[in-house]
Write a protein that binds this ligand. Structure first.
Ligand code: SF4
Length: 352
């Protein structure tokens, strides 16, 4: 059965002989899976896949890294973070480089790990770097709730949490259709995608297996030829119309919308989340009175253009030369979900 789905989807994809179409895989995990599964190799030339802004580490701006370095070096805070962020270059240095100057940086696998660390190290001020989209934000909120309930005064979040609705609207002219990120819509449901159809935005929600991705591409190609805006949930085993109510409730209790800076896209109004006033004691910017920080990217880096689908990683002059996963110049080469690391890992100019 699984093989026949893949075969049918492949036939639909490969029989396409219409005008050039551009499909944006919003999610960095889709970018990597599409490469890893060899799907780019079977696409006809008139179907172009472009990467979008759905890698949390990639869209986090340089200034956020600078804030984290400042907290570690100037305020002696212990930084708890996912591993990828440690290697992202800041204006002056990465967190990894700060560590060699004495900064305390702990790698954790979830915000709850950071909360546990704070509970076991009451003598340290612990800051968790809270980045990510709707998928990861509920766990950050839960960690704050737990810290408040436990009466912890040594735990805080440095937030750069982002939400997708505004980003979809800003990027809607970059592609003919989106492959929407399955994990995000498992949390927020499908209502947003349905309403985007009325604004002329097309796309399908898809999962991460070869059959799910191939089916989604076949649906996009079929629907685009019908000439009307569309939405289809191709990941119904995980994504429901209403999403995860429990996750939505915990986020709305603890965080609220705010303007947010995205690498390459600038400040997008109401595209981020910050802690509510009631939880300001857990907001590292408030707690440590951080000044406003303006980060400076390496001028050679085109991560901003990559994240908007304006160029492919190999179009960047330093791709694979000055910038490699071992010596990343920009965030898109660091993260496991970054487009530059996917192109580097899986072969440069495929469908370039
Ligand atoms: S190759 Fe490196 S420098 Fe160029 S856009 Fe990608 S991450 Fe930035």
């Amino acid at each position: 059965m699984a093989d026949s789905i893949k075969k049918t989807a492949k036939e639909i994809i490969q029989s396409y002989n219409g005008p050039q179409i551009r499909i944006m895989e919003v999610c960095g995990t889709h970018t990597h899976e599409i490469f890893r599964l060899g799907i780019r190799h079977i696409l006809p030339e008139n179907i172009e896949l472009i990467s979008g802004p759905g890698c949390p580490v990639c869209v986090t701006p340089v200034g956020f890294i600078d804030e984290a370095v400042m907290l570690a070096l100037d305020h002696n805070a212990t930084i708890c973070t996912f591993g990828d962020l440690v290697r992202v270059p800041g204006s002056e240095m990465s967190l990894g480089e700060a560590r060699s100057k004495g900064a305390k940086v702990q790698i954790v696998y979830s915000p709850i790990d950071a909360y546990e660390y704070a509970k076991e190290h009451l003598e340290e001020q612990v800051v968790f770097l809270s980045v990510g989209f709707e998928t990861t934000t509920p766990a950050s909120c839960l960690s704050v709730k737990k810290a408040k309930d436990a009466g912890l005064t040594n735990f805080a979040l440095l937030t750069a949490n982002k939400t997708m609705p505004r980003a979809y609207r800003i990027l809607k002219d970059s592609a003919d259709a989106f492959l929407y990120p399955g994990h995000v819509h498992a949390i927020i449901g499908t209502e947003l995608c349905e309403s985007l159809v009325e604004e002329g935005v097309s796309g399908v929600i898809t999962g991460f297996t070869v059959n799910e991705i191939m089916t989604a591409l076949a649906v996009v190609i079929t629907k685009l030829q019908q000439g009307r805006s569309f939405f289809k949930n191709c990941y119904p085993r995980v994504v429901t119309h209403e999403g995860s109510k429990a996750a939505q409730v915990v986020v709305s209790e603890i965080m609220e919308d705010c303007d947010s800076e995205w690498r390459g896209l600038g400040i997008i109004p109401n595209s981020g989340l910050k802690l509510k006033e009631t939880y300001k004691d857990f907001d590292a910017r408030v707690k440590f009175r951080l000044p406003e920080v303006k980060g400076r990217s390496n001028p050679a880096c085109r991560c901003g253009d990559v994240l908007q689908g304006k160029c492919k990683p190999p179009d960047c002059k330093v791709f694979g030369r000055g910038c490699t996963p071992l010596h990343p110049v920009g965030a898109c080469m660091v993260s496991n979900e970054g487009a530059c690391s996917a192109y580097y890992q899986y072969g440069g100019n495929i469908n370039g």
